[in-house]
Write a protein that binds this ligand. Structure first.
Ligand code: GAL
Length: 669
């Protein structure tokens, strides 16, 4: 619902109107037509209590008096600084106002942040303000029409859409200068908010906040790629050169996901533990100026009698980088005549659960995105966690996500009450003590099926290598054996034809049955053994384990590890197998008695083996399979195709969403 009321009057007697958009949940956003100021953002905390998360005032005068702080305002034409207050476009030099020492800041005094915009569109959940800026307004070339559409939807997304069209080539890089505090600004200090900035690079600046060069890799206090308590950042002030240059955080970050194609990607997040409110800032602009309110005046009287001061709140100003008009290393803020430039920034508010990922590195070393998880929770991601650090790291978390970091019964006993959920970043569940979780009533989920194709593919990569011996022949050719040969063809080791060979599949879940399909495509005969009898395709037969061991030329394992299946393939099982049989294990290491398998390989009883998993991972140097004959070993990579890992993260996020929505999905508890 959109409502409006008179907010105040300018000294010239013009009316300043306040537009309020209230959504279905009762959350609301107030926008003034003066300066396009966002006066309030009231969103529910974790108990549903509405909390105002921005700084603002009850009257117009404090906005005017403190105009150099740009409280809540729409700023432009060019947000942040232009060095020396000059730039040139197409060889023509332009001078703009020096309103920040020798430099130009936020479009100059008296720009959009101090002008009344005209309402050009209204809807139930939006209002659009438009400003006409004549040619050479504030020294900028070209007549520019600029509008900002403020939309607030029922999911508490506040979307700001900036549209600009000019009749000459000109600069266009506006922003909004709201000061946020997720614990409610009345608390006075932003230090108790946690921040996360999705950027590997930032723009280093001098003491006047002017870029000193190009981008630099985030480090020290400015490395906020993981959730960081702001007071911990400020603590580094005495030693961190970047914080000193900016008098705190006052830097532009290069948004990691920026594509330049208009995609809206996550730039930063802010979280208040007292309210549970998280704000996510997403944009299609390349940069975000994060400014920790270093110049807010102490003792400033705000809305509803609140008193603000230095660092009461923090700004997230999405924009082109500071001084980009003069720096070719940065994306250009120049728009073409007649072009309709559209920039979008979304501030989303929610109260997500906190999830700690204990060992995220193997799933995502940085080549893919955790975004699906960030959408549903406040994910704190560790590359790896040693057993002694687990309890410390999961403290206060609602959910734990693990791949191979082991949650023993002892650890589970010590988990705090808040933790209701464990999500596996895997199909197999042997990293957790399920009984201990059940006893505490903690939910457990896994991700079945995400790597079915990949495990089946690796199974056949092993089978093909062991039967066709591509690498072995390639080696021989590269060693010069072909060039020095008398014949047009030669082999270094016998080649086995798969058609007609018997494949024994132990375990017939999704992976086992996919392996069966591929085997049938190769015209192999298939024998299957699993816990319960299954309907099999033509050419495949269900048999006892012993029959399978006796009759198969190649045996492949696709079953979970449990007490019963540990050492499924031991000396006894091997003795039943055909001489020269091949063994494949892409399931779990302890399914094999490794010493027995190594002995059989070395004696020639087994013709070859392909294993992707070992007893201990990473293995110790003395692992008997490492030195066994004809044994191909890969470092647990069956699941590691990028497509599979992307599916995995999506599935983990879905499991978590389902759990917190009270639905059961992939539950093992
Ligand atoms: C920020 C700027 C700060 C300060 C502030 C307004 O965008 O980076 O240095 O000028 O605006 O007080």
């Amino acid at each position: 619902m959109l409502s409006k009321k008179i907010f105040d009057y300018t000294k010239e007697g013009r009316t300043v109107t306040c537009y309020r958009i209230t959504n279905k949940t009762g959350a609301s956003v107030e926008v003034l037509d003066y300066g396009g100021i966002i006066r309030s953002v009231l969103v529910p905390d974790r108990e549903g209590k509405m909390t105002d998360v921005v700084i603002g005032f009850d009257r117009l005068s404090p906005y005017i008096k403190n105009r150099d702080a740009y409280y809540g305002a729409f700023v432009g034409r060019f947000a942040n600084r232009i060095a020396g207050a000059r730039f040139s476009i197409d060889g023509v030099d332009y001078e703009v106002e020096k309103n920040n020492g020798e430099n130009h800041l936020h479009g100059g005094n008296g720009s959009f942040s101090e002008r009344i915009g005209k309402v050009t569109d209204e809807s139930d959940n939006s209002v659009t303000l438009t400003w006409e800026s004549p040619d050479m307004d504030q020294g900028y070339p070209g007549a520019l029409t600029v509008s900002v559409r403020y939309e607030f939807d029922d999911k508490n997304n506040l979307t700001l859409k900036y549209t600009g069209t000019a009749d000459k080539r000109t600069l266009f890089s506006p922003t909004n200068h709201s000061y946020f505090n997720m614990n409610g600004p009345s608390r006075g200090f932003i230090g108790d908010n946690e921040i996360k900035i999705h950027a590997n690079k930032f723009v280093p600046v001098d003491g006047d906040c002017i870029p000193t060069g190009s981008f630099a890799t985030v480090k020290g206090a400015l490395d906020m790629r993981r959730w960081t308590l702001l007071s911990d950042v400020f603590k580094k002030e005495d030693s961190d050169v970047n914080l000193q240059a900016g008098s705190g955080i006052d830097h532009s970050f290069a948004i990691k996901g920026y594509t330049g194609d208009g995609d809206i990607v996550r730039a930063a997040e802010l979280y208040g533990a007292n309210t549970g409110i998280r704000m996510s800032v997403c944009t299609n602009l390349p940069g975000i100026q994060v400014y920790s309110g270093n110049f807010i005046k102490d003792g400033l009287k705000g809305k509803l009698g609140q008193i603000y001061g230095r660092r009461s709140a923090i700004c997230f100003e999405t924009q082109y980088h500071p001084d980009s008009p003069n720096r070719s290393a940065f994306q250009s803020p120049v728009i073409e005549p007649g072009e309709k430039a559209v920039y979008t920034t979304v501030y989303s508010f929610d109260t997500p659960p906190k999830a700690v990922v204990l060992d995220g590195y193997t799933t995502n070393s940085g080549d893919i995105s955790w975004e699906p998880l960030y959408k549903v929770c406040r994910a704190v991601i560790y590359d790896r966690t040693t057993p002694k650090d687990i309890l410390k790291r999961v403290k206060g978390a609602d959910a734990i996500i693990t791949n191979k970091a082991v949650l023993t019964a002892d650890i589970i006993k010590e988990l705090d009450e808040k933790c209701r959920y464990v999500g596996l970043l895997s199909t197999g569940a042997n990293a957790v003590d399920i009984e201990a979780l059940r006893e505490k009533g903690i939910a457990l989920t896994n991700v079945p099926g995400y790597s079915t194709e990949d495990v089946a593919q690796l199974t056949f990569a092993f089978i093909l290598e062991l039967c066709q011996k591509v690498a072995l022949h390639d080696d021989a050719v590269k060693r010069g054996e072909w060039t020095g040969s008398d014949d047009f063809s030669f082999t270094v080791s016998p080649i086995t034809e798969l058609a007609g060979t018997t494949l024994g599949i132990i375990g017939y879940g999704a992976i086992g049955s996919r392996v069966c399909e591929i085997a049938r495509a190769f015209h192999m005969k298939v024998l299957v053994h699993s816990r319960s009898e299954k309907i099999l395709p033509e050419g495949a037969r269900f048999v006892t384990k012993n029959e399978l061991l006796k009759k198969s030329d190649i045996i492949t394992l696709h079953l979970p590890l449990s007490e019963e299946t540990q050492h499924l393939i031991d000396a006894d099982a091997i003795s039943m197998m055909k001489d020269g049989a091949i063994l494949i294990n892409t399931a779990r290491g302890p399914l094999l008695d490794e010493q027995a398998v190594a002995d059989a390989l070395n004696s020639g009883k087994l013709g070859g083996a392909g294993v992707d998993v070992l007893d201990k991972e990473p293995p110790s140097a003395g692992d008997p399979l490492l030195s066994a004959k004809n044994c191909l070993i890969t470092p647990h990579i069956a699941w590691a195709a990028q497509a599979a890992r992307i599916r995995l993260i999506e599935a983990v996020a879905k499991n978590l969403t389902a759990f917190f929505a009270g639905r059961k999905l992939n539950r093992l508890d």
